[in-house]
Design a protein around this ligand. Sequence first.
Ligand code: PEP
Ligand code: MN
Length: 691
Amino acid sequence: MHGIPDSSENPENNDQSNELDDLRGLVDSIDDGILGLLAERRQVARKIAAEKHRAERPFRDDLREEALLIDRLTAAGKYELDADLVSRVWEQIMADSLRVQFDYVQNSVNGRKDAVVIAIQGVAGSNSHRAALALTPDMREREFVACTRFADAVTAVKDGRANIAVLPIENTTSGAIAEVYDLLLESKVSIVGEVKVHVKHCLVGVKGASIADLKTIHGHPQSVAQCSNFLAGLADVEVIYATDTALSAKRIAEIDNPTVAAIANEEAADLYGLEILESGINNRKTNYTRFVAVAAEPATVDPQVPAKTSLVLSVSNEAGSLAEVLNAFRTEEIPLVKLESRPMVNNAWQEMFYMDFEGNLGDQRVQRVLEEVRRHTMYLRVLGTYPSRDLRPHRRPAPEPERVIQVSTPGSQHAEKSSSDGPYRLAGRKDRATETVVDVNGVIIGGPELVMIAGPCAVESIDQVMKTAKAVKESGGKLLRGGCFKPRTSPYSFQGLGWEGLDMLAEAGRVYGLPIVTEVTAPEHVERMAEKADVLQIGTRNMQNFALLNEVGRINRPVLLKRGMSASIDEFLQAAEYILAGGNQRVILCERGIRTFETSSRNTLDVTAVPVLRRRTHLPVIVDPSHAAGDRELVVPLATAGAAIGAHGIMVEIHPDPENALSDGPQSLTLEAFDQLMETLSQRVQPAITP
Ligand code: PEP
Ligand code: MN
């Protein structure tokens, strides 16, 4: 024994330390009393919330709050307490009371529930588990769905096996959690809540373990990164990665070897009967992880509750468009609280920006900002509006309740607008100074170059699609097309190979380095198809399938929208408007022939539509001569006409053996004829069109 004096040897010391112990005991009991009173005060705040809600009284009452603080400050003098201390303590107490009331009103808005099923990555005792508890303070029953991957937790929500998934999104030491950001973009779930959890890493071991004897440490890669300084001080210790912090604790409990330790939190140590060898081993003591709760449906936040809104967007090709986006927030004086960027999943050199700002989608200022932001973006999606506990409640009164307008449902949004803006405000030229250029994995549609898209009407076999892709590539085509789900007029005609066909098309595209275009016929197919297809086509028969238009409006993939065979140009642009209003700005229009009294061709290519569209919209316009003609002899002259009238691209159907094609054989060019067409077109100069 050394260092600690044995107080029993000195009676004087003994007295002093007894007195100190007594005083400390007194402080402890006073503190306990304070905690008890705080808890009691909270209970009363909850009752006040219920009462205000019942009486439809506003939650914020600035005058009463001011008066209360002044009363406390006056009383402070009586107790000879420092006014500054009292004012700081009561600001916190009042903020807590407000949060309690906000939670109450928010739960009432979304329907009071007392049981919830929560999907988390990891097992009990993980930080996700702690976050989930913190996010649902009033729940009587919580059931957990433990998942191995973040994506599985999201799937549990989408499948209805869980009400919410709680996912870590960023950490104050190690930064953004990229996988979760990408998941938010790719899946259709909405953010409905957030919470920050203080992460205190501990080195934990089984009974008898000591730091000096350790040989192995289990830990989550994030935890290991956040404790790198401590770990660097240990000699000859091997680190083994685990999928979550609590799991590493669980595992070492099972291994039960004193030379094996784990990085985990105190809860996990407790849960798995482990001892804490060293507490707080994180490099930075202020180590917080922010978690978000996601649900299948967006939440509505009561206007009185401080809220954040999260967006994901990609900016348009105009110079300075990101600055314009930021400026829109400044103009409306809406504080941005976060801006994060991630490379696009399919376009590595383009960035997606994630933004969090203070504000509620139901607030008209937010609606105005989003409208302005949309003008400068290629893709915009609202990830959700949710109550935020870490925004300081504002001193000024909360905005008056306003009608809640859903951004991703175009109808409601535009009902707000005056008709003088025209029916296609986003597709029209008025809103955008420059042409929209759609970048499909490096293939630019909407620029000066005529882009050729070719492939079979339908994918029939791997052999057929491989042969075709090879020809497309060798002749200079830029995109490979092919139908997998075919919307056939007759139910007895070949309906396409479905998902199997999509795999074949994707494989051919991969082998020959050609992005692929395929038709989507059902809203429920959109998300899955977007995983493999580079461009989603909406066929002529679906141009006014509004459910489908809304669905492709929400995804981050370019859409090739064909003109309805009986649709006017105006209706065509309004269909495009649906997609743009959903957030997706990468829309390519396709003139493919319309129904007229003329029967000598399958349809009549409306050549006039191309320059008219180019005058009215900033969106790229392409021509499909194959479906217009219905006859391969007519395809070449119509394709040439398309190039001559200013189309940005031509899409043709080609087949290695058109005579035996399962669909649209008569209009399909042979691979040789396609090569000749490419030769013919390469000698033409595209006319300049002045909008
Ligand atoms: C197609 O391109 O395969 C197709 C079915 O076209 P449309 O919708 O123009 O008939
Ligand atoms: Mn076809």
